[in-house]
Design a protein around this ligand. Structure first.
Ligand SMILES: [Zn+2]
Length: 289
């Protein structure tokens, strides 16, 4: 007897299985996620995904352990569609309806994706001509409970971009300029031989003057960093305010928009899914209100 599958249920579950298997096939496990031990052996496979056993702590793990979607019961085509929707900057409500997931799931997924991007967004070095700008963003307590204060301090966001289109943007301090934090989060990435051009800030121009000391004065311009404060402002508006504690993650997505490189959801999905970017939902730690 032939069983029909007019709703393609079997096909869909097979597709999910194949896609998942394929996604994790090339994932490189560097160490045991439990004890960080480097000695482990192959230990069979479950649903097509390779398993391992650690020789040091005896725990088993697999090619999908600690990946972005570990333990997610939803099917993998949905994750990739979801990443596409994050890149298209659709609202959570839109994502939830379109993919038939709950609003809460959409909320956590967005943070998983942004958190994963944040992991990937740090360039190796900023070389040649480096452009730096700042934007002050008022603190935002969206989603936080028990906020006793009405005071909104400014958060200093610094963006630095090299002429070959590597870029970083990070919140560095609250209220005041903080050179120490700037050095730790941004300046260490700037090549000693680079020439720095800054916009609209006296602290930044002091940094540039010191750095460029032995170099001849040059005139360079970068339109995107020059207009960074305005572009970021417009970009953030679409989210109707971003909670300060997540600002850094949103900035990682922002960078993808501002740089010239061609990026698509499939390559981003691949990067995100095969990396070690698992975060527990309780680490996201926010409730929808
Ligand atoms: Zn181990």
């Amino acid at each position: 007897m032939i069983e029909t599958d007019s709703n393609f249920e079997q096909l869909n579950s097979l597709m999910t299985f194949l896609l998942k298997k394929d996604i994790y096939k090339n994932r490189i496990i560097e160490a045991c996620p439990n004890c960080n031990g480097k000695k482990y052996i192959r230990y069979g496979a479950y649903k097509g995904i390779q398993r391992y056993k650690c020789k040091e702590c005896s725990k088993t793990f697999s090619n999908s352990t600690n990946s972005l979607w570990s333990y997610s019961k939803k099917n993998s085509p949905k994750w990739i569609q979801f990443i596409e929707l994050v890149i298209e900057r659709k609202s959570l409500r839109f994502c939830a309806e379109k993919l038939e997931i709950s609003l809460v799931t959409a909320f956590y997924w967005r943070h998983k994706v942004l958190n994963g991007l944040n992991f990937d967004s740090i360039p190796e070095k900023l070389t040649n001509n480096v452009f730096i700008s700042k934007k002050l963003i008022p603190e935002n307590f969206k989603g936080s409970r028990n906020i006793m204060t009405d005071k909104r301090h400014n958060i200093w966001v610094i963006a630095a971009k090299s002429s070959n289109d590597s870029m970083i943007a990070k919140p560095i301090s609250k209220i005041h300029w903080n050179l120490n934090s700037f050095n730790k989060k941004i300046y260490y990435l700037i090549d000693k031989k680079a020439y720095i051009t800054t916009y609209c800030d006296r602290y930044l121009s002091a940094v540039a003057a010191k750095h460029n000391k032995k170099r001849e004065y040059q005139v360079f311009d970068d339109k995107r960093i020059k207009t960074f404060p305005n572009i970021l402002n417009l970009w953030l508006k679409k989210y109707h305010g971003v909670a300060t504690k997540y600002l850094e993650n949103y900035l990682s997505l922002f960078i993808l928009f501002i740089i010239n490189r061609k990026i698509d959801s499939i390559s981003i999905s691949n990067q995100l899914i095969t990396g070690n970017r698992y975060i527990r939902t309780n680490e996201i730690g926010l409730t929808l209100e």
